[in-house]
Ligand binder design. Structure first.
Ligand code: ADP
Length: 443
């Protein structure tokens, strides 16, 4: 079963990872699709921008600068790398104009983009001689600070026939138009916000469902184990006294006439003891299924009362050494004496059952609480078992029912009693070094 559960956990993890991968793949694809969509939107925005009369008038301003540069170059007054100077003449005012123009053209849903035009080459052809008068990258026009990751929207080619100083020539200006978009990723992720949130929620829900199912399965398995143990234990516990009583009754029937008085008494008291044991077992089972009711009456608890319980207990366990200590002379607590007796006798019973022969009972009042501790020198409880020993039907020695007898109900019932009085019970123990049960009940 453990292997099955491990396999199931492995399968769940695999499914979650596979689902997450597939979801990641789809999200990535969606990201790319939206990215394309945004690009297409911006390109359309740029095309609309470049398709007006107003735009051509702006365009002509920097083209005039290019024309001046070409004329001066022909006259020998400018060199190739002077182009940027010519273009820079009215760049500030051009930037302001283009900014205003773009603001005016912006429609709802349009993006806040950077726009720029760069000249990459200028060639001059006359009498079939081609002269490359500029080659490089000169900024001709921009609406502000350029984005580092600018995207090319189109190539431009402007051709113009001219006559300068009586010489005919043709000018070819090659340019590139770029756009940039600062909040690129943020915008796309914002567009995918709903999808992302839904995916994360769905994933979290699937993981939570798996977690709940596995938790439920493990707890069902634990309950099933505990019930099997309980049935085994109860069968064993009831079998021994019933078998002993059966033999004793048969002996009485067969030999009643020839029996000596001692033998007769011995057999009767054997039946009595086994009957008592059966009753005790029944009591344990019924007590554990009924919720105890707290008493409002105050009782005084001293070692005197405890010693009475101890001496009754020692009738059946004469070899055990039990001492009682009390810090304050008078300890008063609101509790049913029968409940207190059940707690102490059950704890003493366990102490002896699990190897103790020296037991100390301690009573005191501390910080408004009544503290009762029962300490033994028995075999102790392994740390990993300590949290479970108060559970219903829990027995540390699972399966090994013949070693020490019990139904796993004693500590569960004690805990129920203690909690009825709003108290707490805890155990301090180390394997092989005895155990101490500490009960705290508010006074
Ligand atoms: P039971 O004694 O019938 O098994 P309990 O509820 O009284 O059931 O105890 C639960 C488990 O706690 C026991 O099976 C035992 O392993 C452990 N235990 C209880 N008291 C002691 C003790 N004094 N020393 C060692 N182990 C103990």
């Amino acid at each position: 079963m453990k292997r099955k559960i491990r396999l199931l956990i492995g399968a769940c993890i695999f499914t979650v990872v596979a689902l997450a991968t597939i979801q990641g793949y789809f999200i990535y694809n969606t990201y790319q699709l939206i990215e394309k969509e945004v690009h297409a939107g911006i390109k359309k925005q740029v095309t609309d921008l470049e398709d007006t009369e107003e735009w051509f008038s702006i365009y002509n301003v920097w083209m005039d600068n290019v024309q001046d540069f070409v004329d001066d170059h022909v006259d020998g007054k400018a060199k190739g790398n002077d182009l940027q100077k010519y273009l820079g003449r009215n760049s500030d005012s051009l930037t302001t104009v283009i900014k205003k123009y773009m603001h005016k053209m912006k429609k709802p849903g349009d993006y806040d983009i950077d726009y720029s035009i760069h000249i990459s080459s200028i060639t001059l052809t006359n009498d079939k001689v081609t002269d490359s008068i500029f080659k490089g990258n000169a900024l001709a026009l921009a609406n502000g600070k350029e984005e580092k990751t600018k995207i090319k929207s189109a190539d431009g080619r402007w051709e113009h026939e001219q006559e300068h100083n009586g010489i005919k020539s043709s000018i070819v200006v090659k340019s590139q138009r770029y756009y940039g978009f600062g909040d690129w990723k943020h915008t796309i992720i914002k567009k995918m916000g709903g999808l992302l949130a839904f995916s994360v929620l769905l994933m979290a829900f699937v993981v939570y469902l798996y977690y709940l199912s596995l938790k439920n399965l493990i707890s069902q398995k634990r309950i099933a184990d505990i019930k099997t143990d309980f049935v085994n234990n109860i069968t064993h516990e009831f079998q021994t006294p019933l078998a002993t009583m059966d033999i004793a009754v048969k002996t009485l029937k067969r030999k009643e006439q020839q029996m000596s008085v001692e033998h007769y008494q011995h057999t009767i008291s054997m039946i009595e003891r086994q009957n008592e044991r059966l009753q005790k077992l029944f009591r344990q089972v019924t007590e554990a299924s009924v919720t105890p009711i707290a008493s409002d009456d105050s009782i005084s608890i001293t070692c005197h009362e405890i010693k009475e319980m101890i001496s009754d207990f020692k009738l059946s366990k004469p070899d055990v050494n039990i001492t009682c200590q009390q810090e304050q002379p008078a300890l008063t607590v609101k509790m049913d004496p029968f409940h207190l007796n059940t707690i102490i006798v059950n704890l003493l019973d366990n102490a002896v059952k699990y190897g103790g022969d020296i037991i100390g009972v301690d009573l005191k009042i501390e910080n408004g609480n009544f503290l009762l501790s029962v300490k033994d020198n028995g075999k102790g409880i392994p740390v990993q078992e300590q949290a479970s020993i108060f559970d219903k039907f829990y027995r540390a020695e699972k399966g090994n029912i013949h070693d020490t007898k019990g139904l796993g109900l004693g500590l569960f019932y004690i805990k129920q009693l203690v909690e009825t009085y709003k108290g707490k019970i805890k155990v301090e123990s180390e394997e092989g070094k005895g155990a101490m049960f500490l009960i705290t009940i508010p006074v």
